[in-house]
Design a protein around this ligand. Sequence first.
Ligand SMILES: [Cu+2]
Length: 152
Amino acid sequence: MQRIFSIVITGLLVSFAAAIYAAEDYITNAGEIVKSADWENMETVTVNLDEYSYGTESFVFKVGQAYKLQLKNEGDKKHYFTAPEFYKAIATRKVQSNKDGEIKAPYFTALELMVNGQLDLYFVPVTRGEYPVYCTIDDHRAEGMEGRLIIR
Ligand SMILES: [Cu+2]
């Protein structure tokens, strides 16, 4: 009887821990954060992707500030803006392609930029930290295509 009781308790603790982990996985109240942000005073930051860099080694963002991150592929190959930990630390409003439309989703893990492509990520930084960004195509990361996204 006592054994069954402890198995039940263990099961409850495991599911409780899983719930906490899931809650911390992504910003769950992103919608509210995006809604209450001051988009009139949005800051625009441009990232120029090419062979093989993001133009600048690190980008710094402030918690609570509304941003448009313009990703421009100026290279001769397609490139990725892969940053799973960063996307978990921000409240995403949308990703917009000026020619084709916009995608509203609570979070992303990576964005792919075609040659001459541009995608604009609208977001609000939430969790302070330093997050890596890198390109997952072939050996691009080894060639130096990585950077740091810093939230202060
Ligand atoms: Cu690349």
